[in-house]
Design a protein. Structure first.
Length: 695
């Protein structure tokens, strides 16, 4: 439990009652506690006084065991659990002293022999600096249990890491997990994953009753079946179903039978249902579940049948906007997503707004917040339209915005309807009292789409930004190890762009030195793991007109990251690049795991003008012939522009709406009863709580 608690909350769960001592009765002393504290500090963390005091009352064997678990988890979080040996072990000094000819000869030597270069024999002084340590506080069981409840109650999609943690709780707690399940599970994908875990780890009457109470539609059953098969419950991609025992098939068929409109619902995903039907064998239970059997028969017959969306599209094609809006009111979320198009094409936009006003209170909070942001920025300069398709890969598509403007006053009216619906909804929640809302929260996006988010040291929404630390250098790092497919060559690059997004230069395997930056050398095989680094002199880059530096990771050998044994990357803040080891955990600011089904990743961009780091965590389509940064520059530039110009719901807007509806906004943070801030109270890193309690 503590590894999850430590990773998600930076807290430890330590029993008040000390564990029983061993036969020797050895007691812990300040020496052992200081040793654990010192090793944690080297990793960038310190134990709070409460943690040290609690451990001080434990017997020595229990403290030793907890210390090992703590340090193991911290090493994995920062990347220090792997040795980081670059091509030139005494990087960067060893690289700074080489000319182009020697670099070329060294590269050829490595390509032919796969050996690393010997060190230059220089003495490296110890690291004389590090980031401010992150404090590990003492937690409690209720707070630890709340992780599961907040994950299940999330109003938006969960990441792979979130779903793994959700599964751990169900597997660990078994039947006791029902007391932690929230009353409402608003997001259907999350319901599917939870239900699949209950069926897997807690089969029985209680789980069957849970499913009968929570599964509302045939599509919910399909999501559940996909989750049980280990597929994508968003239904963005087909799933490979697996054989099921008879009792499981009967359960799923009974859930479908309960819904009188199941046949129409099933047509929305006809091909998926046909594949699932091959494993459910509905004909075997035709007499018991006749409606379900008939629905599968209709799907297999291939007879065309009108669907909800086809009917709406027909009305729109005929110019019957009013009738289309009336029909869409039965699906408020779909109406909300079509509002821009309906307002642009309606002869009388007022009827469209009136239709939306009637059902706005039924639209989910995330969709309302997105529509509110869209309407508030609809008239501004938005040269690009950006799309994040559903799925387990963070792909982004951007096209030129050729939409006609909305009729005069429509954008403001739409924004007012969304805001009113949100304020009314939030006012029904418990009061917050006097609230302080930090203006810096405008730089943090709301965590609306975490489905494809990568595991990282700190969880941030795409587009969020954090101030650069007061340091002269940034060191990017990459570590990977070959997978089952054999040799894997992953390349670390830094692409530099000017204020107008014009490409300037790149630091990469074919250019190890540029604009005061240095690359540690190209490694092309990693049977035992390999590391690459890039040092960036921030002041020199600013002086030469560089504004943006995009971190780019390319799988040159075209294996997707999910096929590698392990791959992670991140960045460090360094004052003196030649003090300390090339990889120093206490200088690591962020670390991200690369495990998605893609071959190009853009984790982050450094904005040198605004002196901040902007979180990207997006993927690009790979070049099949030579997957490197040079052949993907147009895509990198497009993603950079899309990230920085796309209006996105921010936490300042979300928390301000809550404060207005549930309390009163004040300017004095010390006098506030509820604080929304970057560093105190409810922060952008409290993702679990934001998704469960504020979205």
């Amino acid at each position: 439990m503590n590894p999850i608690y430590l990773r998600r909350r930076s807290r430890l769960l330590l029993d008040k009652t000390p564990p029983a001592p061993d036969e020797a009765g050895a007691v812990v002393t300040a020496v052992e506690l200081a040793a654990i504290q010192a090793q944690a500090e080297e990793l960038g963390y310190v134990l709070s006084d409460a943690v040290v005091e609690r451990l001080g009352g434990w017997p020595l064997p229990a403290v030793t065991q907890m210390g090992r678990l703590l340090l193991k988890t911290l090493r994995q979080m920062t990347g220090a659990h792997r040795p980081h040996r670059p091509l030139y072990p005494d990087f960067p000094r060893q690289v700074q002293g080489l000319d182009d000819a020697q670099r070329y000869l060294d590269a050829i030597h490595h390509y032919l022999t796969l050996r690393r270069m010997p060190g230059d024999g220089s003495t490296r002084p110890p690291l004389l600096h590090g980031r401010s340590p992150r404090i590990i506080e003492l937690g409690d069981a209720a707070d630890c249990d709340a992780i599961f409840t907040q994950l299940a109650a999330s109003a938006t999609s969960l990441s792979d890491e979130d779903r793994d943690d959700l599964s751990w709780y169900v597997k660990q707690y078994r039947a006791d997990i029902f007391r932690l399940i929230p009353e409402q599970i608003p997001f259907k994908e999350n319901l599917a994953h939870l239900a699949a875990n209950l069926l897997r780890h807690v089969p029985g009457p209680a789980t069957d009753e849970f499913l009968r109470q929570r599964i509302d539609t045939a599509t919910d059953v399909l999501r559940l079946a996909v989750a049980m098969a280990g597929g994508d419950a968003s239904l963005a991609a087909p799933a490979r179903f697996k054989s099921m025992p008879r009792s499981r098939r009967k359960l799923l068929l009974s859930l479908i039978e309960r819904h009188p409109n199941a046949a129409e619902d099933m047509r929305r995903w006809g091909e998926r249902w046909k594949r699932l039907g091959e494993y459910l064998h509905p004909g075997e239970f035709a007499e018991r579940y006749p409606r379900t059997y008939a629905a599968f028969g209709l799907l297999r017959s291939g007879k065309p049948a009108p669907t909800f969306n086809s009917a709406v599209e027909g009305l729109l094609a005929d110019g019957q906007i009013h009738n289309a809006v009336t029909r869409l009111e039965s699906r408020p979320g779909e109406l909300a997503r079509r509002m821009d198009h309906l307002l642009r094409t309606a002869a009388d936009p007022a009827t469209v707004l009136a239709g939306f006003a009637r059902v706005a209170d039924q639209v989910s909070t995330p969709v309302l917040l997105q529509l509110y942001t869209h309407a508030a920025h609809r008239g501004g300069p938005t040269p690009l339209r950006t799309f994040y398709p559903k799925g387990d890969v963070a792909k982004v598509y951007a096209i030129a915005d050729a939409r006609a403007p909305l009729p005069e006053g429509c954008a403001d009216a739409l924004a007012a309807l969304c805001k009113s619906a949100l304020l009314t909804r939030f006012a029904a929640l418990p009061p917050l009292g006097e609230c302080y809302v930090d203006p810096a929260l405008r730089e943090h996006t709301a965590p609306l789409a975490q489905r494809s988010a990568s595991r990282s040291l700190r969880t941030l929404g795409r587009g969020s930004s954090l101030p650069l630390p007061d340091a002269d250098f940034v060191r990017l790092f990459l570590w990977w190890k070959n997978g089952s497919a054999g040799r894997a060559d992953v390349d670390l690059s830094a692409a530099m762009f000017g204020p107008d997004f014009n490409f300037i230069d790149a630091l990469t395997y074919y250019q190890l030195q540029s604009y005061g930056g240095y690359h540690s050398g190209d490694i092309v095989d990693a049977p035992d793991g390999a590391a690459e680094f890039i040092d960036l002199n921030l002041e020199r880059l600013r002086g030469r007109g560089v504004r943006f530096v995009v971190m780019v990771l390319n799988s040159y050998t075209l294996q997707p990251y999910c096929d590698l044994a392990e791959c992670f990357a991140g960045w460090m803040s360094r004052q003196d690049t030649n003090s300390g080891e090339p990889f120093e955990p206490r200088t690591v600011m962020d670390r991200i795991d690369l495990a998605s089904n893609t071959q190009i990743s853009l984790p982050l961009v450094l904005d040198l003008q605004d002196r901040c780091v902007r979180w990207m965590d997006v993927a690009l389509r790979a070049q099949p012939r030579m997957n490197n940064v040079k052949n993907n520059l147009s895509g990198v530039s497009l993603m950079l522009r899309a990230l920085l110009t796309r209006p996105q719901p921010d936490l300042h807007t979300l928390f301000t709406l809550h404060a207005q509806a549930r309390g009163r906004i004040i300017e004095d943070v010390e006098a506030a009863q509820t604080v929304f801030s970057v560093s105190a109270g409810i922060t952008p890193f409290d993702t679990d709580r934001i998704r469960a309690d504020f979205l």
